[in-house]
Structure formats: C-alpha cells, structure tokens
Write a protein that binds this ligand. Sequence first.
Ligand code: NAG
Ligand code: NAG
Ligand code: NAG
Ligand code: NAG
Ligand code: NAG
Ligand code: NAG
Ligand code: NAG
Ligand code: NAG
Length: 346
Amino acid sequence: MMLKLFFGLVSAGVVAAAPKGDRHEKDKFNWNSTKSVIAFGDSYTYVQGTLGRTNATYIGDNFNLTFTPAKLFSNRIVLNQTWANQGSAAGGSNWIEYLTQCGVQKGLTDPQTCVKQLWSFAYGGANTISEDGFTPAHWNHTVSFAQQIEQFASYGNPALQSIGLDKSDALVAVWIGINDINDLAKLRGKNESFTPLYEKVQRNVWSNVEKIYRLGYKKYLIMNLPPLDRSPSPAVNASLINTFNNIAASHADAFASRHSDATVLQYDVNTVLNSILDQHDAYGFKNVTKFCPGFNKADIRSDPSKYGCGEGLDTYFWYDSGHLGSRTNQVFAGMLEKWLGRRSWT
Ligand SMILES: *[C@@H]1O[C@H](CO)[C@@H](O)[C@H](O)[C@H]1NC(C)=O
Ligand SMILES: *[C@@H]1O[C@H](CO)[C@@H](O)[C@H](O)[C@H]1NC(C)=O
Ligand SMILES: *[C@@H]1O[C@H](CO)[C@@H](O)[C@H](O)[C@H]1NC(C)=O
Ligand SMILES: *[C@@H]1O[C@H](CO)[C@@H](O)[C@H](O)[C@H]1NC(C)=O
Ligand SMILES: *[C@@H]1O[C@H](CO)[C@@H](O)[C@H](O)[C@H]1NC(C)=O
Ligand SMILES: *[C@@H]1O[C@H](CO)[C@@H](O)[C@H](O)[C@H]1NC(C)=O
Ligand SMILES: *[C@@H]1O[C@H](CO)[C@@H](O)[C@H](O)[C@H]1NC(C)=O
Ligand SMILES: *[C@@H]1O[C@H](CO)[C@@H](O)[C@H](O)[C@H]1NC(C)=O
C-alpha cells in the first residue's frame, strides 16, 4: 500500500538511453515483447515448485537432474503460507516473480498462463561451480550454476522448444556469485588475494553463459552482487564486493564484444540497493541493519509483534541474515522493469 508512494523516487543514477539503430529485428531486445524469462542462479532467484525440493528449487535436484517435458509442465510455482518461506528465500514473491508478474498470486501458478512466462532453474545455495572443489556444494542435493546450465541444455531447453518457446522473445537472467564470494572469504582467510579467485569464478560463469548462447539465446540480463557488506552478518566488505563486480563487468563486456548479435544488459543492482538503503525512509523501510527474528514463523505476517517486529516484515530490508525481504525485491524489481523499458529498442 505505502509502496505506491515511493515508486519512481530514485532511479539510482543508473543511466540508460534507449538504443537505436540498424539491427536485425529478431535480435532487438524489447521488454514489451519479451514472452519468457529463463533464470539461473542461487536462492535469490530460485522459485519454489510443487515438484521441486523445498527451499531450493523449481524442479529437480542433484540426485535427479532429469525431468520430462510432461513433468516440467505439470509443475506449478508456489506462493503459499503453508510452505516454509512462502515459496522463496525472501518470505514471499522474489524479484524474478515480481519482474515477470508470474508467481505473485497466492496459491499455485502455471508459468504457461503468465504474459511473461517464468522458468527458473536457479537453486538455493548454488555456487558457480562446485564440481572441482573450488567452492564445495552447500549440500549433497545442491545444483551448481554450471549444472543448472547442463540440466537446461539436456532437459529444460528441449522441453521449452516442444511448446514452441521463441528464443528471440526470451530473456535469460543470471544472478550468481553471492555464495561464491561469501564462501571464498570464509574458506581462504582474510589475507588471501581474491582477485585471481574472482577471475576464476567469472571465467566459469561466462563459459557457461556461452553454452546458453550456443543454444540460440541472444538476450541476457546480468545482475551484479548486492551490498552484502551491509547485510546483518557480512562475510565480505564493500571493497571486495566492488572488486568482484568490476571483474564481473569486464567479463560481461568481453562476452558482449565477442557476440555482436547478443544483448547483454548489466543491471547495477548494487548501486540501486545501496541507494535504497541510504534513503530507506523514503521507501518505507524502518530496519535496514537487522532481520526480524520471527522471519520464518508461520504467523509472522499476522502477528509480527509476537516476535518484536511490530511494524511487520515489509518494513525490514533484510528477510534473514543474507537475503533481501520480499518487499525489497518488489521495490527494486519495479525499478528494474522501468530500466528494461528504457533499454528496449525503439
Ligand atoms: C528422475 O526423474 C525422472 C522424471 O522426472 C524419473 O523418470 C526417473 O525415474 C528419476 N530417476 C531417479 C533415479 O529417481
Ligand atoms: C525451509 O526454510 C525455512 C525458513 O528458513 C525453515 O523454517 C524450514 O525448516 C526449511 N524447510 C526445509 C525442508 O528445509
Ligand atoms: C498450499 O499448498 C498446499 C500443498 O501444495 C495445498 O494443499 C494448499 O491447497 C495450498 N494453499 C493455497 C491457499 O493455495
Ligand atoms: C545427503 O546428505 C544428508 C544429510 O547430510 C544425508 O542424510 C544423506 O544420506 C545424503 N544422501 C546421499 C545420497 O548421500
Ligand atoms: C576488505 O577485506 C579484505 C579481505 O579481508 C581486506 O584485505 C581489506 O583490507 C578490507 N578493506 C577494507 C576497506 O576494510
Ligand atoms: C594477515 O597478514 C598480516 C600481516 O602480514 C598478519 O599480521 C595477520 O596475522 C594476517 N592475518 C591472518 C588472518 O592470516
Ligand atoms: C531492527 O530489528 C531488530 C530485530 O527485530 C531489533 O533488535 C532492532 O532494534 C531493530 N532496529 C531498529 C533501528 O529498529
Ligand atoms: C512499451 O509499452 C509501454 C506501455 O504501453 C509504452 O509506453 C512504451 O513506449 C513501449 N516501449 C517500447 C520500446 O515499445
């Protein structure tokens, strides 16, 4: 409710001019005509599926990465209080659900009924690559980013092609690196030189994006690291985040220059979220340093004062020690949507 008031106040210094020019029609990004968003990443981006593992995924896990088209299409997005976290790691709908408006209605949503279909293969707890022991998997069921891409190439893409999903109207969203930077900080100690490690993460990220590109997808939305340094229990400081994000941006730029027919939209969500934190009152956030201790209780929304969170979860910027709240996701997804509009070809 209070949300409406604050929308549009800040565009967070993210400058974007609508591209113009001579380009093959099907290569031009246009948010209005985008019919599907295909997402990869970690808990920030995972969407709960009825056939997925609770708190982790839409479909499948590391014990069984395979699925048939029939299984994928019988699956539903869950937004339901009887499920822990109500279907995401944000305690409600998350950014990719708000952006697509797919998975924002209570109950179950069939992605095929959405104007912009959402197909998220992101997995809660995922690192970029775990198979070589560089940053070990959080659990034995975890599906790394690299495995998500393999799973997509083997099962997801063929299934989506079987229902006629048009690659030229699809946007591939990638948000990965949050677990990598936290795990590297914890595993390697304070005095490690992190730059070569972040370079390795990004080489892995982009060799996998390359695999999606080879499947024929040309439009990418890349999110950089959020201000984890301002989270309730940070493992990294702002300078490490900036180093990581600068390395990530240079790899994204290099990918874009290698592939002139690809659109690589780099959203500086770090700057956007820092700006929301700096002006949190204007957005109705009262608590930007801690999380509500009752965040995952079934009655938290109906009785927040029971947990000392009188004004409710929506006034907390952080949902838990490392995740953005659902309303935080909604606020920046609204800004992202406007930004995508400005990045659209006219
Ligand atoms: C994995 O899932 C597929 C379909 O979703 C099923 O046919 C197959 O039997 C499962 N494999 C195992 C080892 O459970
Ligand atoms: C899912 O996450 C919630 C919130 O952290 C937790 O309370 C619940 O036990 C988790 N459920 C499973 C099956 O992991
Ligand atoms: C919540 O999910 C459970 C399990 O799928 C389902 O039985 C129940 O009907 C759902 N509730 C709502 C309000 O959709
Ligand atoms: C996965 O890990 C859990 C918890 O650590 C353990 O109970 C389970 O046996 C493991 N499963 C496999 C197949 O290794
Ligand atoms: C940030 O953390 C790194 C790694 O622990 C450390 O080397 C660096 O001095 C810190 N930077 C600041 C500004 O505190
Ligand atoms: C980091 O290096 C400094 C300077 O050499 C040293 O004093 C400190 O003990 C080291 N810290 C760790 C955690 O290794
Ligand atoms: C933020 O929330 C925590 C946990 O509920 C609480 O302890 C703290 O006092 C709150 N801070 C502010 C500034 O309201
Ligand atoms: C997208 O749709 C909006 C609302 O109808 C319109 O204002 C805008 O000009 C369209 N943008 C493009 C690039 O087609």
